[in-house]
Design a binder for this molecule. Structure first.
Ligand code: URA
Ligand code: SF4
Length: 189
């Protein structure tokens, strides 16, 4: 109950945030989506797209539907995961967020990680990898390999689902990466 109250005040603070220029062009602040605020898996994308900006919900467009499909196929339960982004306001024309925008928004994501306390963080694509793992990491090289943060969580880098829409050959690789997440999840739950 206490957790719910403080999460609500976190949501209000995000909705009123003007810490970067993306505040000027957004329709809605997109905080995250999930049936369980104690979900063991947190998936982190880049930033809201058009549908997300309009609805205020994370990953509800084509990429999000594909992601939900993949998670369902791997028998994840809705209670297993929570989905959010590096930035909470839509970058105009779906460009990648700038360094300044990402740095302005990361404290909110850190706060979310503290509430949810995931055991696993999945980096969806290059932007999440850049800010959660390393500037120099390349998704094609590191995807599918665990990055451990002992005492906190393990990170699984994989493709962004939008990359699968552009190149369906990546579907199988992402499926294998998420299968590793599913298998590890079974060992800890
Ligand atoms: N792409 C993202 O990175 N995040 C969303 O919420 C939707 C599309
Ligand atoms: Fe605030 Fe993040 Fe939105 Fe920028 S993107 S205004 S830091 S919530």
């Amino acid at each position: 109950m206490k957790k719910q109250v403080s999460y609500d005040s976190f949501i209000n603070a995000c909705r009123n945030c003007t810490n970067c220029d993306l505040a000027k062009t957004r329709t809605n602040v997109v905080i995250g989506r999930g049936a369980n605020l104690n979900a063991p898996v947190m998936l982190v994308g880049e930033g809201p797209g058009e549908q997300e900006d309009l609805t205020g919900q994370a990953f509800v467009g084509r990429a999000g539907k594909l992601l939900d499909h993949l998670l369902t196929a791997l028998m994840f339960n809705p209670e297993d995961y929570y989905i959010c982004n590096i930035v909470k306001c839509r970058p105009p024309n779906n460009r990648a967020p700038s360094l300044e925008e990402a740095k302005a928004c990361l404290p909110w994501l850190r706060c979310q990680v503290k509430y949810i306390k995931p055991k696993i963080i999945v980096c969806l694509g290059a932007t999440a990898l850049k800010y959660l793992v390393s500037q120099d990491a390349r998704i094609t090289q590191v995807r599918g390999n665990w990055v451990d943060r002992p005492g906190f969580f393990r990170i699984m880098p994989t493709y962004h689902p939008a990359a699968l829409l552009r190149d369906p050959k990546k579907k199988e690789e992402m499926f294998l990466d998420m299968k590793k997440v599913r298998e590890y999840l079974k060992t800890i739950s």
